[in-house]
Design a protein around this ligand. Sequence first.
Ligand SMILES: Nc1nc2c(c(=O)[nH]1)N[C@H]1C(S)=C(S)[C@@H](COP(=O)(O)O)O[C@H]1N2
Ligand SMILES: [Mo]
Length: 526
Amino acid sequence: MAGPSTARRAPRTRRLGRLDGLAALAGLAAGAVTLGVGSLAALVTGPSSDPLVAVGAAFVDATPAWLKDWAASTFGTADKAVLTAGSVLVLAALSALAGVLARRRWAWGATLVVVLGGVAGLAAMGRPDAGVLAALPSVAGAVAGLLTLQALLRRLPDADAVDADVSAAPAGPTRRGFLVGAAVAAGAGIAGVALGRVLSTTRRGVEAVRATLRLPAPARSAPPVPADVQVDAPGVGPWQTPVDEFYRIDTALVVPQVDPATWELRVHGLVEEEVVLTWDDLLASDLVEAWVTLACVSNPVGGDLVGNQRWLGLPVREVLARARPTADADMVLSRSVDGFTASTPLEVLTDDRDALLAVAMDGEPLPPEHGFPVRMVVPGLYGYVSATKWVVDLEVTRFDRATAYWTDRGWSERGPVKTQSRIEVPRPGTPVEAGDVVVAGTAWAQHRGITRVQVRVDEGSWTDADLAGDGGVDSWRQWRWTWPASSGEHQLFVRAFDPDGPQTGEQQGEIPDGATGYDTVRITVT
Ligand SMILES: Nc1nc2c(c(=O)[nH]1)N[C@H]1C(S)=C(S)[C@@H](COP(=O)(O)O)O[C@H]1N2
Ligand SMILES: [Mo]
């Protein structure tokens, strides 16, 4: 039975448990200080050297394609925020553990902190744009974290005082004193992270440079857009996608900040002559303007990872002509400042289409998240094999010699856009009344052009829809059909034609080279 000694041991265990709780708090506070110092130090060494960013980016690159796909389809474009939140949670757990270990034996906790700092430092050094000091923020952060942890653990009340109120244990460290110290450290760390994030986007003044840039007038303007490209049907999206609504897809956790003054494009590999193009060279060249619809290979049937815009840029073939590719070359591997790569067939970049090194969208310098200062835009190809943002390098090579970012993750090495169409009105689930109902949407077959769109109701036959004005073969085309709707449950289907015939109705998912199948909506007619 419980004697006096066991009666005393139980509360002592509880007191030790509370000490572990306080030690975990010390660990959390030290973790926050680590991130804060790391984030501030990264202001000097570059955004990708921020420990949290570096680890997240390395994780993104190491993620298997199926997991990335699942994350993108589950969280959509919030996948980056989810990744950051997940990393912070894991880091918080490890920090708390470091605190608990360090209280028992300093060397254990310290080792964990050093290992975490080392992993972050290595991840930062492994980023494609890493500078020589890339590991510095992680190292500085780990040192600051260790000092914080040590200072806080010294302020831990001893086991017997942990429960005592202040007046009962006036001499030694108190619980309240410890909590104040931990809160101050954690607050300082979080403030450091916030300040680092805010300053990193303004510090280099790339946004300021962008705001004052003057772009030259095009040497060749885009052909005038017919007045009737926008179909007369409320609810159909704009033919010209507003820049701030243009979909964004990339692997960058922080938007790369590239100063045009230091931007260079190196063209090398299987060429007679290496070429280095500066921003001034680029702007001094004859720039052309073109309407091009950009689409993502991950766009599901009926999806909205597609947009149409007016781009200004230098045809890639002009730059390639200066470099003179050798006869055995068949591919150009474009590379962005953050290491993303795309493999584009050489023939697509040298034929007469408007494959551009683009500097503007809708007449304004590219927004940073769309590739400022220079990106590629290639009519007819999905973005993952052509539309490299923040592009800094073109390696002329061969498909049997080099592979690109998404090809290494299971996607096709070539990505011509598949002919697609979607129904935008009526929206699924909206009740409509029997009678004439406007059915309308958009179709695209970049660089081939949409020649016809047909609609089908239930198992009926295909009927031609009216096509809106034609903005050119590289742009999408809107369509409209008046449906004599009878009451009941109905299902509408759409299909588009390019000069080679109708799109396929065979259903395929996005992997490995783009989804196919008919877009469809179910409508209840009353
Ligand atoms: N540097 C870089 N460029 C990139 C990508 C990327 O991850 N990194 N993603 C590509 C993909 S998959 C697509 S669909 C387009 C999207 O361009 P947007 O974000 O301007 O719409 O950019 C392409 N260019
Ligand atoms: Mo994409």
